[in-house]
Design a protein around this ligand. Structure first.
Ligand SMILES: *[C@@H]1O[C@H](CO)[C@@H](O)[C@H](O)[C@H]1NC(C)=O
Ligand SMILES: *[C@@H]1O[C@H](CO)[C@@H](O)[C@H](O)[C@H]1NC(C)=O
Ligand SMILES: *[C@@H]1O[C@H](CO)[C@@H](O)[C@H](O)[C@H]1NC(C)=O
Ligand SMILES: *[C@@H]1O[C@H](CO)[C@@H](O)[C@H](O)[C@H]1NC(C)=O
Ligand SMILES: *[C@@H]1O[C@H](CO)[C@@H](O)[C@H](O)[C@H]1NC(C)=O
Length: 255
């Protein structure tokens, strides 16, 4: 019996081993960028990783075995950047800003480009951009939104290239139809600079919620959730909306 037992053990053990090797699961990571393309939810980088993974959402799945797939790696390691999908072809993804790392070495690269990923052909390119603002180099902790005309809006962010941390409140715009960059200088000071969420509303306004901001006295504060910065993508103007708390009263109080 004993040899049979060992043989069975060996068979079971090696099949488990085999299963583990074949299972496609990304290692732990944070600060990756993500974009949904059809039924594929892509993740780019994270830490100093160059990896690209997507979750196939075309069918329901058991969350203990998510359907992960690898794609072609990025030209650089990538984190704290932002990505968005072209509404012109619904398949090209643009990655903007972020911290970049030399592939396979993990050495920090003092550069920021725009990377373009064709999700149909799994090809990476570094497009040439007209009028690129080199102040944007190493800009990170940002969120991009893209409108239906192919204009990407990226507000503020911070640098990641020196001992002096700079917080920006400029609005950088990349028009992907002409590959032209423009920077709008802000004269007013705004409540949020970095780590906010950015949401394009149906009326063409972008709502910036939460995040961190820096004052003229260089104090970094967490943004008040009751104040929401609005950027109008038609007039290129800013406003602040102050929210009020409404306490939800249970139905019983009305009877
Ligand atoms: C999901 O997978 C786990 C682990 O294999 C299993 O224990 C569980 O029963 C599965 N759940 C469903 C709903 O199939
Ligand atoms: C892209 O997707 C949007 C939303 O699903 C759709 O309205 C639009 O027609 C699509 N455009 C192309 C070129 O497929
Ligand atoms: C670049 O940044 C410097 C210092 O932060 C600022 O004075 C300058 O106006 C910026 N240039 C552009 C083109 O935004
Ligand atoms: C922003 O300010 C910088 C420095 O003053 C200037 O070079 C740049 O042209 C300005 N950009 C715009 C869009 O006004
Ligand atoms: C930062 O937040 C603290 C606590 O809410 C507040 O007292 C302080 O005035 C804020 N500072 C600035 C510069 O907004």
């Amino acid at each position: 019996m004993k040899p049979l037992y060992y043989t069975l053990f060996l068979v079971i053990f090696s099949s488990v081993h085999y299963f583990v090797i074949c299972q496609n699961v990304p290692s732990s990571r944070s600060s990756q960028a993500s974009t949904l393309v059809g039924t594929r939810l892509y993740f780019f980088g994270g830490g100093a990783s160059t990896e690209v993974w997507y979750l196939d959402l075309s069918n329901s799945f058991n969350i203990s075995t998510p359907p992960w797939h690898n794609d072609i790696v990025m030209p650089v390691g990538y984190s704290f950047g932002t990505s968005c999908l072209s509404p012109i072809d619904n398949s090209t993804i643009y990655l903007i800003g972020g911290r970049t790392w030399m592939a396979n070495t993990g050495n920090y690269l003092y550069l920021t480009s725009v990377y373009k990923f064709n999700s149909k052909t799994s090809q990476w390119t570094t497009p040439t951009i007209n009028n690129f603002n080199y102040n944007f180099t190493t800009r990170n902790e940002i969120q991009a939104v893209i409108n239906n005309n192919g204009k990407i809006f990226v507000f503020g962010g911070t640098n990641f290239n020196s001992q002096t941390i700079l917080y920006y409140n400029d609005m950088n715009v990349l028009d992907i139809t002409t590959m032209t960059w423009s920077t709008l200088n802000q004269s007013q000071s705004y409540i949020t600079n970095v780590d906010y969420t950015a949401t394009l509303l149906p009326n063409g306004n972008i709502a910036y919620v939460g995040g961190r901001s820096i004052s003229s006295s260089k104090v970094v504060n967490i943004t008040d959730m009751a104040k929401i910065q609005i950027f109008d993508t038609k007039s290129y103007t800013w406003s602040i909306k102050v929210m009020y708390t409404i306490n939800i009263i249970s139905d019983n109080n009305y009877t």
